[in-house]
Every structure is written in C-alpha cells, then in structure tokens.
Design a protein around this ligand. Structure first.
Ligand SMILES: N[C@@H](CCC(=O)N[C@@H](CS)C(=O)NCC(=O)O)C(=O)O
Length: 204
C-alpha cells in the first residue's frame, strides 16, 4: 500500500472530501492538521502556498478538486467516458463558483463591508446558486451527476458544513434538504463511516 500523507488545517473544509475518498478507497493515510500558528513556517514548503497537500509515496499533489478527481478515477468513482466526466466537472465547477463567492465574503477584513456583501449576496446570488445546485441533486437521484455516486458527491458532502457556516443561515438543511441528504449518504458509506467514527470532531 502506498504511503499517503494529507496535510490541511484542523477543520473539514476543502480537505474532508479527500479524507473521505481515501477512506472509501481503503487507503490508510496520515491525517496531519496544522494549527494556524505553525502555518507561516509550513506555507513556503507547499507548491502554491496553500493547503491541502497530498503526498503519495513522496509525490506531492495539491488543489483539492484536482485531487478529488484523481482519487475518484483511482477508486472507480468517475464517469465511464468523457461526456460523463464532463457532467461531473461542470456541476462541481458551478458548485465551486459558489464556494469562491462565499470565500470572497468570508475573507473580507472590513466587518462593515463584509456584512454588506453578505446581505447583498443573499438577495439574489446565493438563493439562485443554491437552488440551481439543489435542483441538480434532486434531478440526479440525490447525486451531483449521472444519477449515481461519483467523486463529485464527496466534494459537496465534505464541504457542506463549512458552506453552511459561511452562509450563516440556520435553516439551510430544511430549505435545501438534498445537500444534507447527500452529506449523510456519503458519510454512511461503510468505510467512510468507519473513518468518520474515529476522526476528530470539528464544526465545519
Ligand atoms: N483552489 C485551492 C484553494 C486552496 C486554499 O485556498 N486553501 C486555503 C485553506 S481553505 C489556504 O491554504 N489558506 C492559507 C493561505 O492561503 O495562506 C484548492 O481547492 O485546493
């Protein structure tokens, strides 16, 4: 079995999909969670100055979606042809657009501006994007694409808690139930469930 080391921060964030995919694939891995105060020392050692970083037998991979796609192909969670793979990529890219919009607000340092941007996005941007993605999940039998389990499901399931935290609306699981159902479904897959039971508990 290859030696695998995943490095990220002490949250689920954009690394949880990778952790769950490795668990799904039956791959043992070292789950390094770097505290924020140690990050400045570690940052220059990463390819793009960002986490997550995944090392497989000494080879360094970065970019969470690329890693999830790579592991998806490795563990038979990809499409059967380029058209099917396109459908997963397209839907995940759109979900990622939402993630970037949220990130732009979450990392705004001016509290007044942050509040203003958050409220503005809730008028139109967030509801439109959430509904579109929710409709995709419903149309696909509760999945991101192809009406079945793919690596894309792990991406949404991994980050849903963090997305909810950034959106700051308490009733999102009721309003858009397919996200929570997908998260529960992925976390209930036997090997993932086993890993989740032993993993550190974090809010998002
Ligand atoms: N597109 C990258 C984004 C990576 C990213 O922004 N990582 C954040 C944590 S979520 C990070 O490393 N922040 C620390 C920094 O940029 O100094 C991915 O999906 O992996």
């Amino acid at each position: 079995m290859p030696k695998v080391v995943l490095t990220y921060f002490p949250v689920k964030g954009i690394a949880e999909s990778i952790r769950m995919l490795l668990a799904y694939g039956g791959q043992e891995f070292e789950d390094i969670r770097i505290p924020q105060d140690q990050w400045p020392e570690y940052k220059p050692k990463t390819p793009f100055g960002q986490l997550p970083v995944l090392e497989i037998d000494g080879k360094t991979l970065t970019q969470s979606i690329s890693i999830a796609r790579y592991l998806g192909h490795k563990y038979n969670l990809a499409g059967a042809n380029i058209d099917e793979n396109f459908e997963i990529d397209q839907n995940i890219e759109y979900f990622n657009d939402l993630r970037y919009k949220l990130g732009a607000v979450a990392y705004e340092s001016d509290p007044e501006l942050k509040k203003k941007k958050h409220e503005e996005n809730w008028k139109e941007v967030y509801p439109t994007m959430l509904k579109r993605i929710h409709d995709i999940l419903v149309k696909n039998n509760g999945h991101v694409a192809l009406g079945k389990l793919t690596w894309g499901d792990f991406v949404i399931a991994g980050i849903w808690e963090a997305i909810k935290w950034m959106l700051q609306k308490p009733d999102l699981d009721t309003q858009y139930p397919a996200f929570k159902q997908l998260t529960d479904k992925v976390r209930s897959l036997p090997k993932v469930k086993e890993w989740v039971a032993k993993a550190p508990v974090t809010e998002f």
